[in-house]
Design a protein around this ligand. Structure first.
Ligand code: AKG
Ligand code: FE2
Length: 505
């Protein structure tokens, strides 16, 4: 699976480059062969013409040298020509390159395309991007030199229709229509057939959206210009499909409003703003920070969420990637019912796990210990994740609460999330119940507690990774468990979990 991570998309980029090179050599080799054939044919033709024109054929063939040459040509020369034509070595070579690329890298299939389209649709939904803007290469107000043509828009419209996103499908089909009509490169006479294809899908989408009249008009237009268009069978589809009740509006979940707003970097309209939040240098937390104090940015109090800037050096980050690259990245799952892992759209990223054996990982674990004050014993390995096109992680808590994994003691008491990359646009971490959004900053660490002192879970910590708009987002998570912290963070005598009761769903 490629679309769920930008790193694996690079494999596809490489794949296309190799295809391009192979095609170029194929064309060159074929051209050389053809030139050779042409020369040969020209030569023969000259001989033939001479024979016909100058003397009659009998006389020509009566000449022993001519007879010899005719026979020789048929025995050797034509054969030498036939063999490569039939064999076509350049084509064989080309086929081999394609075969081996397909074995080594693998070509993406339709489900990959749908994944990428879903990612685009997700961006539109969360950030309110319009199809015309995206098609013009305008993303979030920034112009990227990457306009789409009508075919791209049509393909997105078709895929969205198949995914059941009829509103958005229509939006892209309209864009395809607009671009096709304005396309100066295509002959006017060629346009109607494609316009009919667009209208066919637009009719289907309108049917699904409960607008049969509009759909009917579109169909009529299709059949006026293209009477034999397959769209004439649509009525059957419509009759077959019971459309009563299919016009349900895809309703967004309750958290969506906050999520979308925070992802866009807009605060929720709430009275209490974080005026008492501070940024400060902390050289006292541990002797380790005496000479290079921690650069702390408070982003929330109670529950405390702090960003520690400049924690990892570029070298450290590079070696994390090096170690992660050696392992196979897999599509991220989330803990599902019964502790099994499922791959779902709520989390679109790839991940791998790194233990704390290497010197670099040891030093990173030590940093987490010094900053958090926790014992790293019983912590999970660092989870390194990479988000792809529209990659995201919908609101969730990091604690398990139920179905605790048996290989760890206690629940995830704290999260230490390292940002391993900057993200050009999007990809914020947001706390949907706390009015907090954090743009990723390479080398920074975000830390918070998922459990109250009483070790009850703290639902206020629900958070999410927003869809990546442009760029590649990489993070590293270290989850420390409550099992080994008796001396580090003893429970209070009175429970403090009442604070978060109101935040339970
Ligand atoms: O990507 C993010 O910003 C959040 C990731 C996250 O919450 C997680 O991996 O548990
Ligand atoms: Fe999380």
């Amino acid at each position: 699976e490629f679309y769920s991570s930008v790193d694996s998309m690079q494999d596809l980029g490489q794949l296309e480059l190799e295809l391009l090179n192979a095609t170029r050599s194929y064309l060159k080799a074929q051209q050389q062969q053809i030139n050779l054939y042409r020369k040969f044919v020209e030569q023969l033709k000259r001989e033939h013409v001479m024979a016909m024109d100058l003397i009659d054929l009998d006389e020509y063939l009566g000449h022993p040298l001519h007879a010899f040459r005719l026979i020789k040509r048929l025995v050797y020369d034509w054969d030498a020509l036939h063999a490569p034509v039939v064999e076509n070595k350049p084509r064989e070579d080309y086929r081999q390159v394609v075969d081996s690329l397909s074995k080594e890298v693998g070509f993406p299939d339709l489900s990959e395309l749908q994944g990428a389209v879903k990612g685009l649709a997700r961006l539109q939904r969360v950030y309110n991007f319009t199809a015309p803007d995206l098609a013009d290469g305008i993303i979030n107000g920034f112009f990227y030199d990457s306009e789409m043509d009508w075919r791209d828009c049509y393909e997105i419209g078709v895929q969205l229709f198949d995914l059941g996103e009829h509103h958005r499908s229509l939006e892209w089909l309209q864009e395809a229509f607009r671009l096709l009509r304005a396309n100066p490169e295509m002959k006017e006479a060629e346009k109607p057939q494609f316009i009919a294809d667009i209208r066919e899908y637009a009719a289907l989408a309108n049917f699904e959206l409960g607008k049969p009249t509009r759909a009917g008009t579109l169909l009529e237009k299709v059949l006026q210009t293209e009477p034999t268009h397959p769209a004439r069978h649509i009525q059957k589809y419509v009759d077959y499909r019971d459309l009563a009740g299919s016009n349900k509006h895809e309703k967004e979940p309750s958290w969506f409003g906050n999520y979308s707003r925070l992802c866009q970097g807009r605060r929720l309209p709430e009275k209490g703003s974080g005026t008492s939040l501070r940024c400060f240098l902390d050289g006292k937390r541990h002797a380790y920070f005496t000479l290079a104090p921690l650069q702390v940015e408070q982003v929330h109090l109670d529950p405390d969420i702090d960003v520690y800037h400049g924690i990892l050096t570029l070298d450290q980050i590079d070696s994390i990637f090096e170690a992660a690259d050696k392992q196979e990245m897999t599509r991220s799952g989330v803990a599902g019912d019964g502790g099994t892992r499922t791959v779902v759209d709520l989390r679109v990223s790839q991940q791998t796990w790194l233990d704390y054996e290497s010197p670099i990982m040891k030093s990173i674990a030590r940093l987490v210990v010094f900053i958090s004050g926790f014992d790293i014993a019983g912590a999970e390995a660092m989870q390194v994740a990479n988000y792809g096109v529209g990659g995201q992680y919908e609101p969730h808590p990091d604690y398990f609460e139920v179905n605790l994994p048996s290989d760890f003691k206690g629940d995830r008491i704290s999260t230490s999330m390292f940002y391993l990359s900057d993200v050009e646009q999007g990809g914020y971490t947001v706390f949907t119940k706390l009015n907090v959004f954090l743009p990723p900053i390479k080398g920074a660490l975000v830390m918070w507690h998922n459990l109250h002192r009483s070790l009850d879970v703290d639902p206020r910590t629900h958070h999410a990774g927003c869809p990546v708009i442009v760029g590649s987002k990489r993070i590293g998570n270290i989850w420390i468990h409550s099992g080994h912290q008796e001396f580090r963070r003893p429970c209070n005598l009175t429970s403090d979990s009442f604070k978060s009761v109101a935040y339970r769903e």
